[in-house]
Design a protein around this ligand. Structure first.
Ligand SMILES: Cc1cc2nc3c(=O)[nH]c(=O)nc-3n(C[C@H](O)[C@H](O)[C@H](O)COP(=O)(O)OP(=O)(O)OC[C@H]3O[C@@H](n4cnc5c(N)ncnc54)[C@H](O)[C@@H]3O)c2cc1C
Length: 385
């Protein structure tokens, strides 16, 4: 009999496993996939660590979490600076002075601010006129109105509109304004996408972090908890469940919705395909949203600093999700949030089961948040003594 059965060998499950093992508990971890790591899994292909479930950049303002994760790997100094490709025109992201210089030829923050303000004002005045209201009473009704009133028409049309449409599968004027509460606009020459205190990629990939965390626990892969629930429950006193909360309850109240992704991964002979780890394709004619060139997360060199020949790229497509498919982004709209709340009430009534992680809590969490939540969840568990 194990003290804990942990369903899911992703980051949340692994942090819990590691901490509970340190407290003296015996642990069985199961995952229905054929590998550990959940969505942060990286697989080595010809010396390159491939982010199998999309680009993962560790970034955090929480120094405690940063120190915690640094126990398990050596992090490099990678800084996320994606490039946007709009019909072959290249723009820096997030929107900053390099972007504005490329867009309008302006060189000072005041000129850039003026351009955005002019476009914003003209748009709000026209829209208010059409709605028969005063400009000062204008409030955005959809994502298009929201985005233009934040960044003006040019940036919206070249860098936001089609990319967002590809991401969500619907035009921006049919999407709710709340999806883009704010669009970061910087009036400095700064391409650092995440404004985080700490940032980097583990040299050698993420999988090593999870395998170190799971040392001392029993791990069973290719094991679907829900397909063998009674037998697995009989083997442990407590359960930590990091799978989808609606699946746990047999979808009895309905199915929570997600957006899905598809990756087309290709190994190429060239040593440098696009010169950057992440290039977003912001036009409507390109069917994918971005291309990841994995070797640049680790500067194209191996652990000894030697250049890695060849390259591996992944084209990322954003897709409609259907039940049973890989779920990526929860759709936290009103309908799904209400449904999740109902499931959460049922979850609160389960004895000896902790629901956690992005699927167990139906919430998009960055890795640092997942670590913080897992640490907090197990911190109150006393040592086994
Ligand atoms: C495309 C993409 C890019 C991202 N980029 C970043 C980034 O740059 N930086 C960042 O900080 N975060 C990023 N994230 C978020 C990051 O992936 C998550 O924070 C993290 O993976 C969540 O870990 P988890 O353990 O909660 O979930 P998961 O990794 O999903 O782990 C859950 C595990 O449970 C298993 N499971 C489910 N049901 C069952 C069952 N019935 N039986 C057995 N096992 C089961 C699954 O197979 C899975 O392995 C990104 C997410 C996505 C989707």
């Amino acid at each position: 009999m194990y003290d804990y059965l942990i369903v899911g060998a992703g980051l949340y499950g692994a942090v819990c496993a590691h901490e509970l093992h340190k407290k003296g508990y015996s642990i069985l971890v199961v995952d229905k996939r054929s590998h550990i790591g959940g969505n942060i899994y990286t697989e080595e292909i010809s010396g390159i660590n491939v982010h199998k479930y999309g680009a993962h950049i560790f970034h955090t303002n929480d120094t405690g979490v940063w120190n915690y994760v640094n126990q398990f790997a050596l992090f490099n100094r990678y800084t996320n600076s994606p490039v946007a490709n709009y019909h072959g025109e290249l723009y820096s992201l997030p929107f900053n002075m390099y972007t504005f210089n490329r867009m309008w030829g302006v060189t000072t923050p005041d000129e850039a601010r003026m351009r955005i303000e002019e476009q914003r004002r003209e748009y709000v005045e026209n829209s208010a006129r059409k709605k028969g209201i005063r400009p000062e009473d204008f409030t955005p009704d959809n994502l298009e109105e929201q985005a233009i009133s934040l960044v003006g028409t040019d940036i919206y049309e070249k860098l936001v509109r089609d990319y967002t449409m590809k991401q969500w599968g619907r035009p921006c004027d049919e999407l709710p304004a709340f999806i883009i509460r704010r669009l970061p606009v910087r009036f400095t020459y700064d391409n650092n996408y995440f404004n985080a205190l700490h940032q980097g990629i583990p040299t050698g990939g993420y999988t090593q972090i999870i395998s170190t965390m799971l040392e001392g626990t029993d791990v069973r892969l290719n094991t679907d908890y829900l397909a063998d629930r009674d037998a697995l429950n009989a083997q442990a006193r407590n359960i930590i469940y990091t799978g989808p909360i609606d699946a746990y309850f047999g979808y009895e109240l309905g199915t929570l919705e997600y957006r899905s992704l598809r990756f087309e991964t290709e190994q190429l002979r060239t040593d440098n395909y696009q010169g950057n780890a992440v290039v977003n394709y912001t036009d409507a004619d390109t069917p994918f949203t971005r291309i990841i060139e994995h070797k640049w997360f680790e500067f194209g060199v191996d652990r000894d600093g030697q250049p890695i020949p060849g390259t591996v790229i992944s084209r990322e497509y954003s897709l409609e999700w259907h039940p049973g498919e890989e779920s990526y982004y929860p759709v936290n709209d009103r309908k799904n949030t209400a449904l999740y709340e109902q499931y959460r009430k049922k979850a609160d009534m389960e004895t000896n089961v902790i629901f956690g992680g992005r699927l167990g809590e139906y919430k998009y969490y960055d890795m640092d948040q997942v670590i913080a939540r897992a640490l907090e969840r197990v911190s109150s568990v006393p040592g086994r003594g």
